[in-house]
Structures are given as C-alpha cells and as structure tokens.
Design a binder for this molecule. Structure first.
Ligand SMILES: Nc1ncnc2c1ncn2[C@@H]1O[C@H](COP(=O)(O)OP(=O)(O)O)[C@@H](O)[C@H]1O
Ligand SMILES: [Mg+2]
Length: 271
C-alpha cells in the first residue's frame, strides 16, 4: 500500500489533510475566523494580543492567515517559531529580521533592537509585527524581555504589535506575579474554540475538496466519531481522517463509514 495507490483510489490531486493549505483554501470555522480577526485587529491597533488554544487547535494557521492579509508595504512581520532560544535568541532574531547583525553583548543588543524597530517605523513607514509562537514555553527572562520591549516600543508612540501564541497555560501564567506587568498590557485575549459537529463535517469536506474530491466521502457516522474523539481539534481531525481513508482503502470500500473511523481511532489511540 503506497500513498500513490491511495491517491489514485480516491482520485485525489494532492495528499489530503496536509499542512500546506494556502490562506484562501483554509476553512473558516468560528474559532479560526475569530482568532484571525483578533490577530488582525491587534496588528492594526499595534497592541499586545494573546491567542491560546490546545495543541493542534489552529493557532499558527490563524496567525498565518492574519499575516497573509497584511499590506506588506506597511508591515514587517517577524515570526519567532522556536521558543527555547532565550532572551538573546529572541532579540537576535528580531534584529536579524530587521536586517541587522545582532550585537554580542546584551547591554547593547537591547537598545539595538528597540532602535531598529523605531527606525523601521520612522524611515520606512513600516510597523513591526512580532509573532511569538509556542510562547507557553518561554522562560521568565524572555517574557520579561518582551515586557521591556513593549515598554520602549509602545509607551510614547506605539510602533509595533506583539502576538503571543501558546497553549492554555500561557494565559494562566500571565496572571501570575512576575508576569502581571506583561499581562496587564495585553489588550486582547482569545482562546481558540474547537470545531463543533457541523463545522467538523464542513472542515473535513473542505480538506477533501482541496485535495480534489468535492463529493461526500465521509458518512455522517464517521464524521460524528471523528468529531467526538478529536474533541474538534483540527490537527487531530486530520490524523484521524487520514487513518480512516487508509482503512477504507484497505477494506476496498469507496466511502469512509463508521467502521473505518473506528479503525482509525484504534490506530491513533495506539500511537
Ligand atoms: N482553518 C483551517 N483550515 C484548514 N486546516 C486547518 C485550519 N486550522 C487548522 N488546520 C489544520 O490543523 C493543523 C494544526 O493547526 P496549527 O495552527 O498548526 O495548530 P496549533 O498551532 O494550534 O498547534 C494545521 O496543520 C492544518 O492542517
Ligand atoms: Mg502552532
């Protein structure tokens, strides 16, 4: 059994339930639309926003969708996807993202960063959009570094926006003693809502359509089971659907029914 034979069995033009979906083909369920709208709002108002959600709930995808809608002549987006790099790594990435060479000593790296952000605004008319992904993994020093940056950059004349994406623990952390100063500056918080049952069905259909199948491939029972087991988390839905497609193919069937979904649940649960 190969990917190719599964593709041709279903007549897919590309592998379904993949990650590389262009913004216009994304599914616009409530959680996605609301997260994207809030991130866009924070960027246009140059605020700090915190978007939380369970692993695989669609945070990164929503940030990507919001970025794709920005006017590139007015924004410089820096996406920080690696959380374990510490304060130096954070500031260094910002400096590099703005075309600078990070200075070695922290004492000069910090002003270099704020200066570059200011220059981007003053000389190029662009505001910096900083997206910190997996921010629940940031250490205390890095969060404090973000607070300092927001002090310098946001007090007098707001020059940049900061979006923190992370698992729900991030939200709780920002209420705790050492992080309250940053937490108080957060202008918008949003917890990404999971797919409800109806959304789960149309989400699956959207992925299948993007892969080349516009007709109904999953029975209602199968969708129901996938929704229940995934708790409406898109990445989990993807995993279950791929397994269910494989099980259906193996059984020589054309439609993904409840028994295929059950087989998928057994596979995924065994991982
Ligand atoms: N709006 C959407 N439309 C289509 N697929 C989505 C959407 N949101 C999430 N996904 C799928 O779910 C996967 C996980 O989303 P992601 O944003 O990486 O989750 P998180 O960052 O919350 O862990 C993505 O790779 C994508 O396949
Ligand atoms: Mg992510």
């Amino acid at each position: 059994m190969s990917i190719e034979s599964i593709r041709s069995h279903y007549g897919f033009t590309r592998a379904p339930f993949g990650k590389d979906i262009p913004p216009q083909a994304l599914h616009g369920h409530r959680g996605h639309a609301e997260a994207t709208a809030r991130i866009s709002y924070c960027i246009s108002e140059k605020m700090i926003g915190v978007v939380t959600g369970e692993c695989g709930s669609g945070k990164t995808v929503a940030a990507r969708a919001a970025i794709s809608g920005l006017d590139a002549s007015r924004h410089t987006t820096i996406y920080l996807g690696t959380p374990g790099v510490g304060l130096r790594g954070l500031y260094g990435s910002i400096v590099a993202g703005l075309g600078g060479v990070p200075r070695f000593h922290r004492a000069s790296l910090v002003p270099q960063t704020t200066e570059l952000i200011a220059t981007e605004h003053a000389e190029r008319g662009k505001s910096v959009v900083l997206i910190c992904d997996e921010a629940h993994l940031y250490d205390a020093e890095t969060l404090e570094g973000l607070r300092c940056l927001s002090n310098d950059g946001m007090d007098a004349e707001s020059r940049f926006s900061l979006i923190l994406l992370g698992q729900p623990a991030l939200r709780r952390r920002l209420h705790l003693g050492p992080y309250v100063a940053l937490g108080q500056r957060v202008g918008l918080r949003y917890q990404v809502a999971p797919l409800d049952l109806a959304e789960c069905g149309s989400y699956i259909a959207a992925h299948l359509r993007f892969a080349g199948r516009a007709d109904t491939l999953f029975s209602d029972d199968a969708v129901g089971l996938v929704h229940q087991v995934s708790r409406g988390l898109p990445r989990m839905v993807n995993n279950l659907c791929v397994q269910a497609l494989v099980a259906t193919y193996s059984a020589g069937k054309a439609i993904v029914d409840e028994s295929a979904a059950r087989a998928a649940v057994a596979e995924v649960a065994a991982e």
